[in-house]
Design a protein around this ligand. Structure first.
Ligand code: SF4
Ligand code: SF4
Length: 249
């Protein structure tokens, strides 16, 4: 409000607006003021996040932290005084507490012209549930996994810290078969289109699996036809065959 009043005053006087350049830091409150505020607004502990029980975590690939419900998220956000009074009054508490240093009070909206080679249009996607294709044995056999689940198995932050293991007995696999186009190019499941990414990431996962495996690993990719969309991705396919010894059938 004060900034607005100053700007209006400057505008009416025909002076350049200075408040845009206002780089003031939030005023530091005295110990007495902080105590008075704490009395008015007692601090509340962070809302605990629901987590899966350890015995549940080993069953599948769900996130361990379950996230807040709408009411929990509102309650957590309500710990900020700004929600309890008329708005942010620049106490600086959030900036002090944010260890990632992500709070910047001076940040303004800005338009930036950039010269770029390409633009990534990221729409997100829903996962296909392969258990509807009974013949593949997904959910029936523990070692049948989706590509996203396999990605987690290969990941250093995944359930096995990047060590390649079978879910059935936690031993390294000797053979892996990739089956392409599951849930794509299949009118019987209302998905007649090619998803255009899975050939390339299957090759990537196969190459990484070979690198992560502690024993010789035989990998075969079963495909209708390989569609490695994108510049130079066909060369990646050739590399998978020739350098990593992946079989494509
Ligand atoms: S400075 Fe941060 S913590 Fe303080 S009232 Fe404003 S938003 Fe809330
Ligand atoms: S052809 Fe390759 S990219 Fe297209 S749906 Fe099949 S596996 Fe995916």
């Amino acid at each position: 409000g004060k900034k607005a009043a100053l700007s209006i005053d400057e505008y009416l006087r025909g002076e350049p607006l200075s408040s845009k350049e206002d780089k003031r830091q939030p005023e530091e409150l005295s110990a007495g003021e902080v105590s008075a505020l704490k009395l008015r607004f007692p601090s509340e502990n962070k809302m605990p996040m629901k987590e899966l029980e350890p015995k549940e975590r080993i069953k599948d690939f769900r996130e361990i932290e379950q996230g807040y419900s709408v009411s929990e998220a509102k309650e957590e956000a309500g710990r900020c005084l700004a929600l309890q009074i008329e708005g942010c009054f620049e106490c600086g508490e959030c900036k002090t507490r944010c260890t990632a240093k992500a709070i910047n009070y001076e940040m303004q909206d800005e338009y930036v012209d950039l010269n770029v080679g390409s633009v990534v249009f990221s729409t997100g996607y829903d996962l296909f549930d392969p258990s509807v294709q009974y013949e593949l044995g997904y959910r029936k056999y523990p070692n049948v996994v989706t590509s996203i689940e396999f990605e987690r198995i290969l990941s250093a932050t995944g359930p096995f810290q990047g060590t390649l293991l079978r879910l059935s007995d936690l031993t390294p696999p000797q053979k892996i078969a990739f089956i392409q186009c599951v849930g794509s190019r299949d009118p019987s499941h209302d998905r007649p289109y090619c998803s255009s990414v899975c050939c390339t990431y299957a090759i990537k996962e196969a190459i990484i699996a070979k690198e992560h495996s502690s024993i010789p690993l035989d990998i075969t990719v079963f495909f209708m036809d390989i569609r490695t969309y994108g510049k130079d991705f066909d060369r990646y396919y050739e590399r998978g065959k020739e350098e990593s010894g992946i079989r494509f059938i």
